[in-house]
Design a protein around this ligand. Structure first.
Ligand code: URP
Ligand code: ZN
Ligand code: ZN
Length: 469
């Protein structure tokens, strides 16, 4: 299949120019002016941006969590992603306690089988090095293209690990060339605050935020940074929400340490005002770390502009409000933590980041595609528009008006964190390795087209096509 994309404004992390793109056998083979070649499909991209397919480094599809399972499986979650211009994501395998890593991988691969709409890789969330996986097995995961280890410093009694597990995993990562990721909140302190709130009769969703204060995020972020430095491992702090966490990351980066941070779309737009909404509406905004005071929005915009934070993910972890979030109707600590977001990351960051001038279009591409691809061993196959790269391309109409609403979304959840928000700019055609995935409102390709991507080790490039069906 060959595709010719004519006259689009190609925007990468570094460049912004008008040219034609020729695609053959799943890759970009030529970029130039007025290309005169025949193709199976010709797309007129005049007046449009052509962006690299976006890369989301942080999602949770078909994940058991909080006494239930996320409502989006691989097919619905990836369909939502495709409509939002995301063509590759890295999902979390969660090692069940007592289980080997091999069993966990087999379980997650089976869940994705035949359902994949976009390309995907996996991180390994380490929960147990005592009875389940061993350090030796952990060290072997990069050979399978799982080149990042995630540790939860919160969710006591469920996913949380102690500092010994954290540090030992960091030592393995330093040896194997994996990137360590942390959910940085002090789970012990949060556990005390949650019990105190419930004992005082405070059961509403707002107390989810009030029992997970910014100090708990700042402390854990700083602890992870210091321990990773001691172990000699590179560190990536996920879903950073506040000044208390941005500051230690910025300090470490200024000192030249191998530390990176991401934030997520929702932390620029949701706040304590949302989680305080009456009639259990606030439960829609229960995710961790929690929403913060609004003044943190500017802290985060400054951080992504200055590269204190280097990526914006979604942390898509969708539950129904009616039927799943309601598990915590009488006790905020039983509300499953997580929110949807895969479909609207580009809409929201383009509208309120690029169109307002908070960040440039190049920086937007860098935060949503190029940096995630580089940090997670997908670049330059993913994350840019270049000869030799996968033809994962988004033809984006910068003039299209859209009102974001749950009624039109592709996630199976029953609400949207940005309900009613009006944006200008939306993907029009989305290609995955040269195959048309989305055209207008239609999902053109069928599930099964997406592939597993074995990722390169931290700091290495993914050049040769190494996908395994
Ligand atoms: O509330 C959240 N973020 N749920 C997903 C799991 C995690 O902590 O990333
Ligand atoms: Zn987390
Ligand atoms: Zn997450």
């Amino acid at each position: 299949m060959s595709v010719l994309i004519k006259g689009g404004r190609i925007i990468t992390a570094a460049d912004d120019y008008v040219a034609d793109i020729y695609v053959e056998d799943e890759s970009v083979t030529l970029i130039g002016e007025s290309l005169d070649m025949s193709a199976d499909k010709v797309i007129d991209a005049s007046g449009r941006y052509v962006l690299p397919g976006l890369v989301d480094p942080h999602t949770h599809l078909d994940m058991p969590f909080g006494g239930t399972v996320t409502i989006d499986d691989v097919e619905s979650g990836q369909t939502a992603a495709a409509f939002g211009g995301t063509t590759c994501h890295v999902d979390f395998i969660i090692q069940p306690q007592g289980s080997t890593f091999a069993d966990a991988i087999a379980e997650w691969r089976a869940k994705a089988n035949g359902k994949q709409v976009i390309d995907m890789g996996y991180h390994m969330a380490v929960t147990d090095l005592a009875e389940g996986g061993t350090l030796e097995e952990l060290a072997s995961l990069p050979d399978e293209g799982i080149t990042s280890y995630k540790l939860f410093m919160a969710y006591k009694g469920a996913l949380m690990v102690d500092d010994e597990t954290l540090f030992r995993t960091m030592e393995v990562a330093a040896e194997t060339g994996a990137l360590v990721m942390v959910h940085a909140e002090n789970g012990d302190v949060i556990d005390v605050l949650v019990r105190q709130a419930l004992e005082a009769g405070n059961t509403e969703p707002l107390y989810h935020a009030l029992t997970r204060p910014p100090e708990a995020e700042g402390e854990a972020t700083n602890r992870a940074i210091q321990l990773a430095h001691l172990a000699g491992a590179p560190l990536y702090v996920v879903h950073v929400t506040c000044r208390e966490a941005v500051e230690p990351i910025a300090r470490a980066r200024e000192a030249g340490w191998d530390v990176w941070g991401e934030t997520c779309t929702q932390y620029f737009f949701n706040s304590l005002d949302d989680i305080a909404k009456p009639d259990f509406e606030g439960a829609k905004y229960v995710y961790s770390p929690p929403v913060r005071d609004k003044w943190n929005w500017d802290v985060l915009w400054n951080a992504v502009r200055s590269d204190a934070l280097s990526a914006i993910s979604t942390d898509h972890c969708a539950f129904l409000w009616d039927g799943q979030k309601t598990l915590g109707k009488d006790d905020f600590s039983k509300i499953p933590n997580g929110g949807p977001g895969l479909e609207n990351r580009l809409h929201m960051i383009h509208e309120f980041g690029a169109r307002t001038g908070r960040i440039s279009l190049n920086r937007m591409v860098e935060l949503l595609a190029t940096n995630p691809a580089k940090l997670f061993g997908l670049y330059p196959r993913k994350g840019t528009v270049a000869v030799g790269s996968d033809a994962d391309l988004v033809v984006f109409d910068p003039e299209k008006n859209l009102t974001i609403t749950a009624a039109n979304q592709h996630s199976k959840t029953d609400y949207n964190l940005y309900e009613g928000t009006e944006v200008t700019g939306s993907p029009e055609v989305v290609l995955l390795r040269g195959n048309v995935l989305v055209e207008g409102d239609e999902l053109v390709a069928s599930p099964g087209i997406g592939q597993y991507v074995a990722r390169a080790r931290f700091g290495q490039e993914l050049r040769a096509r190494s996908a395994v069906a």
